[in-house]
Design a protein. Structure first.
Length: 668
């Protein structure tokens, strides 16, 4: 798990190498263990190879890398400034596998043709390595990064479909003068890019792109409307103008000195996965597949722990991981419920987590949040977050901070709901839709998470309101671009399949982006066993009727409401072998703080201080009186605007960090 960054000249115009170092420095939290850079000069060749190059280690890590084999390239570091650099790769390393200097990046293959900077983990790299060794490949490290390089030598772009893991990487082919940017099929690891007149600039985080000095920080109005409608961004935009998120399963081909060649997909869907409709077969295969997924993701040379919420997903992960790691370290976040009323009284999961910890014999730690903890974290959290997405996440911030004190790798239950139908109340709309067009209209309305379609125009200024007309097309575009999946010939099952694919493509993507930022802010890697390739293929091949209770989907029972236990049916049945029934049959509980109450209490003073500040109100995005009215309605208990309030706070802090306080950057 690391941070990657780079600049490529599209016109041959050189840039200062210090720009790449500055990009990596601002992401030091992602890789506190090592840093390295490689630069290339194009337009010249020697011995049939690509342009000249120079690779060196950040001097700050000399004590770590002083015994690393030296290969200085055609240019010595001190000569670098005198030559026009047109490709630059930078890397910050969080050492997880092969902690020695041999894991240093950028890493090349033996003949220096391919150079890669890699962020993530390839969990099946031991099997791939054995396969490659049988073909005569010789390895000098124990890293998964080197396995990627050798696999690329054999299969080029076809190698991507062989990787079971989470990743974002840049690979430069000196001979062909081509750079490839790629992101894993689920989007567990982020990769952002911006294209200017002369360069493509890319990095694991937006702040690094801004630090390059080649992209001017400004808000993208259309993306802001998208976020403040869906509390997510469904397109490839970000809140920063001209900065894009490479979509999951996508590849960008760049020809330095020429242009971006194209963007394509290496993972096109699940239409060909084996279909499963028998409940007993599904139960057995999910249990076996999930067990393999957890064991596969335990590979590490540093301590591994796990989040333990007290629910089925995290409990199942802990139960299986604990078989390989005695006294596994686990972590929970709880909430002080003093003066909390209503449904939020059930938000503290510590009792369930503590019982599971006792049953599974873990070494358990928890942190308890109070009403003032959101304001205390907000400034630092939003600087790291920079790309706000679904829900609120300061509770995640605190539990990640706790976990990072004990481990460098933490297992999380993200993805189980999206693959196995964990949100049955969201499928209620399927009962009411008369046909596919009606379903799409109602579903579009449902995903207005902050305000209803009728209220949204009141939030935005006149200049922003014109972007509201773009939203239906963006929404439809998600369905058009989604990976293919099996169809079942039944309108209800096919719509549930559509809903699951939509959640996988949008809601899950938002969760993963937030999880990456928060864990990496604390120098910790989060792994998500539910998003194992084999397990996902298995899940997508299962009939939706195995995941969601469809008994109420007939005309006579149209008034039936789904309960939370009506989702993830096959997963609940499969997990019975790992957990007591009280945990596999319990109702789903989201990881949320009691903010409806807290925002009416001690936090409201802070909320008003930020959102009604003269600097905030001077911005051209939102209608001041409508924002005031929403705050008043929440304070009086007339509306629960906690999601809207969080989103307003997040966007304001984003502007204070990156627009108002834009920092000087390296010239040249």
């Amino acid at each position: 798990m690391c941070g990657i960054a780079g600049i490529v000249s599209l016109t041959g115009k050189p840039f200062a190498p210090a720009r790449v170092k500055a990009m990596c420095d601002v992401m030091a939290h992602r890789g506190p263990d090592d840093a390295g850079y490689t630069f290339f000069r194009l337009g010249e060749r020697q011995n049939g190879e690509g342009g000249y190059w120079c690779s060196f280690t950040d001097p700050a890590f000399k004590h770590i890398n002083e015994n690393r084999p030296v290969f200085g390239g055609n240019y010595a570091q001190e000569e670098l400034a005198r030559h026009p650099i047109t490709v630059g790769l930078g890397h910050r390393r969080l050492s997880i596998i092969d902690l020695t200097h041999y894991g240093h990046q950028p890493m090349s293959n033996s003949d220096r043709r391919y150079w890669v900077i890699f962020n993530g983990e390839i969990y099946n790299f031991p099997e791939l390595k054995s396969e490659l060794e049988c073909k005569g490949h010789v390895f000098r490290t124990r890293t998964d990064t080197e396995v990627l390089l050798h696999l690329w030598e054999e299969q080029k772009i076809e190698a991507l479909s062989r990787l079971n893991g989470m990743f974002a990487f840049a690979l430069y082919d000196r001979l062909e003068n081509e750079l490839i940017l790629a992101r894993d099929r689920f989007g567990v690891k982020p990769l952002y890019y911006a294209v200017t007149d002369d360069y493509i600039v890319f990095a694991s985080e937006i702040k690094a792109i801004l630090r390059s000095g080649l992209v001017e920080p400004s808000i993208d109005p259309s993306a802001l409307v998208e976020y403040m409608t869906f509390q997510n961004i469904f397109s490839d935009k970000t809140l920063f103008r001209n900065i894009h998120l490479l979509e999951p399963g996508k590849v960008i081909y760049v020809k330095p000195g020429c242009k971006i060649a194209r963007i394509s997909s290496f993972h096109t869907g699940y239409a060909d996965v084996p279909r499963i409709s028998d409940p007993e077969e599904a139960r057995e295969r999910v249990g076996e597949g999930f067990s393999r997924a957890v064991q596969r993701q335990l590979i590490s040379d540093v301590p591994v722990g796990a989040y333990l919420s007290g629910g089925m997903d995290s409990g199942s992960i802990v139960a299986l991981a604990g078989r390989a790691i005695p006294r596994l370290t686990t972590f929970t976040c709880g909430f002080d419920l003093t003066n909390v009323n209503g449904m939020e009284q059930g938000f503290d999961e510590r009792p369930s987590a503590e019982k599971l910890s006792y049953l599974l014999q873990t070494e358990h730690y928890d942190v308890v949040l109070h009403a003032g903890d959101m304001p205390a974290a907000m400034e630092s959290l939003t600087w790291h977050l920079e790309d706000p997405r679904v829900g609120m996440c300061y509770q995640n911030w605190y539990v990640a901070k706790l976990a990072s004190r004990f481990v460098k790798v933490c297992l999380a239950g993200t993805g189980g709901d999206e693959l196995f139908g964990g949100y049955p109340w969201r499928y209620r709309i399927i009962l009411d839709a008369e046909n596919q067009d009606d379903f799409m209209k109602q579903y579009f309305r449902y995903w207005h998470r902050l305000l209803s379609p009728e209220e949204s125009p009141q939030l935005f200024s006149a200049d922003l309101q014109r972007h509201l007309a773009e939203l239906p097309e963006i929404f439809r575009g998600v369905f058009e671009e989604m990976p293919s999946a099996p169809q079942w010939g039944d309108p209800y099952q096919d719509r549930i399949q559509q809903a699951l694919r939509f959640e996988y493509r949008t809601f899950l993507q938002g969760l993963l982006i937030v999880e990456d930022r928060i864990s990496m802010a604390h120098g910790m890697e989060t792994r998500v066993p539910f998003l194992d390739n084999d397990l996902a293929d298995l899940a997508w091949g299962m009939s939706p009727s195995l995941k969601v209770n469809l008994a109420g989907l007939n005309q006579a029972d149209r008034s039936k409401q789904f309960a939370s236990v009506d989702g993830k049916i096959v997963l609940r049945n499969a997990m019975e072998r790992f957990l007591p029934e009280e945990f596999t049959k319990q109702k789903k509980q989201g990881f949320s703080a009691p903010d409806e109450n807290w925002y009416r209490g001690p936090s409201m003073e802070y909320i008003r201080e930020i959102l009604l500040d003269s600097r905030t109100l001077s911005r051209p995005w939102f209608e001041q009186e409508f924002v005031r009215r929403c705050l008043d309605d929440h304070m009086k208990g007339q509306r629960n605007h906690r999601l809207l309030i969080w989103s307003l706070l997040s966007t304001e802090w984003l502007q204070r960090h990156y627009i108002d306080a834009a920092q000087p950057t390296v010239e040249g």
